[in-house]
Write a protein that binds this ligand. Structure first.
Ligand code: HEM
Length: 145
């Protein structure tokens, strides 16, 4: 069970990173070129939102099945915090990824409320860039590749 969810989470992560990069660059390009916001811009930002929210759900399940999550063991919190790998899996990765998904959700909902192209692209560019940076900063790269 743990293995299946882990494989799904680490495979889905490729899609998350790819669509986040595409959606972020699409928003920045739209903002810089001052072009009209189109249906395809809406679709790419929505797709990025859906894909990352699914990753959140898979990640939340992982918290309860992963052998790397030591919250409910006898290992003291101070030992978890002193060890970089344990800290990454138990604290940094889940927390920062949730913050990234929150930033993405704020950006998506704020851009939807704007009526003209430039503010729409601006909200997407700022919040999706922030989300992308947060995600890239806390991926366990060594374990993933
Ligand atoms: C949205 C962006 C996310 C991305 C791109 C992502 C990516 C990854 C990657 C690449 C791994 C390493 C998998 C491997 O060892 O092959 C991993 C592990 C893990 N992730 Fe995420 N993750 C995300 C969100 C989350 C969230 C929101 C949670 C929890 C709330 C979470 C919990 C975990 C856990 C517990 C592991 C360790 C699994 C294990 O090795 O047993 N992830 N994640």
């Amino acid at each position: 069970m743990e293995n299946i969810i882990k494989i799904v989470h680490s495979t889905w992560a490729y899609l998350v990173v790819t669509i986040l990069v595409l959606a972020t660059f699409n928003a920045i390009a739209g903002l810089v070129s001052k072009r009209e916001y189109q249906a395809k811009d809406f679709r790419i930002s929505l797709f990025a939102l859906i894909v990352t929210h699914l990753q959140l759900v898979i990640g939340l399940v992982l918290l309860f099945v992963s052998g790397k999550i030591l919250w409910f063991t006898d290992i003291p919190v101070k030992d978890i915090m002193r060890n970089a790998e344990m800290r990454l899996y138990n604290v940094e990765h889940p927390t920062v990824m949730i913050l990234a998904i929150a930033a993405l959700t704020i950006g998506y909902s704020k851009h939807k409320k704007k009526l003209t192209s430039t503010p729409k692209f601006k909200f997407l560019a700022i919040f999706y860039s922030l989300a992308l940076l947060l995600v890239l900063s806390r991926i366990p790269w060594n374990a993933w590749f």
